[in-house]
Design a protein around this ligand. Structure first.
Ligand code: T3D
Length: 263
């Protein structure tokens, strides 16, 4: 039997999903896409799972599309919209919409769609040896999997254009300095910190975190006026959760809060 392309570890409160095609720097083929989506849906259906941690096996995080699956026959024009529609776009949408926080531990090179899938997560950590490469330009493509949306918002239009057009590797330290990611860590410290964060987030008010994701994404296109209305509606929803009552009572009682993440 062939080895799983996604390894799933169930930790207390969260799951670790590891991209597991290390010989190809965890590049995506259709099987890995299918396994990853199933693993995410499975985690979503588990009320005990309140955070995800995504990382890669071996020396890379993910090298994007497996190009060995792109052998061109003479006269055949490839239709890349199919893979984007079927695999990458649903994955990016799922990561953004998932009602729980996702920590990404970029343990090595993140190239092409691999870089943008990392950027689709909520808290992106990277090992000092990791690199982010919008490798698309080198093979005649433009950034996909949300790259043209994330880059200008995270690093500004000038740097976005440079990254997208030149495909130069961005070191983890530059990525942190430019605001592309949350934090760079020594390689040896990466997974401990990623696990610590995932475990911490799994004890937090999960609905509040999901609503925070929603509000921040909506802010990208909303006017201030529309965003104020949205904050009102989402805050009303957060205020109806038992975690809000618990947070206030814990504060007043000068004790640590115990959040359930439930409605
Ligand atoms: O097609 C569609 O459906 C549209 C969607 C597109 C989404 C995309 O992601 S397009 C972008 C695809 N990705 C790339 O263009 C990146 C290609 N890889 C690289 O440029 C380099 O491998 C890296 C810069 C990521 C890392 O370089 P390095 O020197 O550290 O490693 P390496 O020696 O190049 O790679 C190690 C092995 O992984 C090697 O195999 P080998 O020679 O040991 O048998 C290499 O072929 C393999 N590998 C790396 N990336 C891919 C890959 N195999 C298949 N597909 C890859 N993307």
């Amino acid at each position: 039997m062939s080895e799983a392309s996604i390894l799933v570890e169930r930790a207390v409160g969260y799951r670790v999903l590891t991209l597991n095609r290390p010989d190809r720097l965890n590049a995506f083929d259709e099987d890995m896409h299918g396994e990853l989506m199933r693993a995410i849906l499975d985690a979503e259906a588990d009320p005990e799972c309140r955070a995800l941690l995504l990382t890669g096996a071996g020396r890379g995080f993910c090298a994007g599309q497996d190009l060995s699956k792109r052998m061109f026959e003479p006269g055949v024009v490839p239709d890349l919209s199919r893979t984007l529609d079927t695999f990458y776009n649903p994955l990016v949408r799922k990561l953004r919409d998932l009602a729980m926080p996702i920590v990404c531990a970029v343990n090595g090179v993140a190239a092409g769609a691999g870089a943008n899938i990392a950027l689709s997560c909520d808290i992106v950590l990277a090992g000092r040896s990791a690199k982010f490469i919008q490798a698309f330009a080198k093979i005649g493509l433009l950034p996909d999997s949300g790259g043209t949306w994330y880059l200008p918002r995270l690093v500004g239009p000038a740097r976005a254009r440079g990254l997208a057009m030149l495909a130069e590797p961005l070191t983890a330290e530059q990525a942190e300095a430019w605001g592309l990611i949350w934090k760079v860590l020594d390689d040896a410290a990466l997974m401990d910190e990623a696990r610590r964060l995932a475990a911490h987030l799994a004890t937090q008010p999960t609905i509040r975190l999901a609503l925070t994701k929603k509000a921040l994404d909506a802010a990208e296109t909303n006017t201030l006026d529309a965003q104020l209305d949205l904050e009102r509606d989402l805050q009303a929803e957060a205020g109806r959760t038992p975690d809000y009552a618990e947070g206030v009572q814990a504060f007043l009682g000068k004790r640590p809060a115990t959040f359930t993440g439930r409605r």
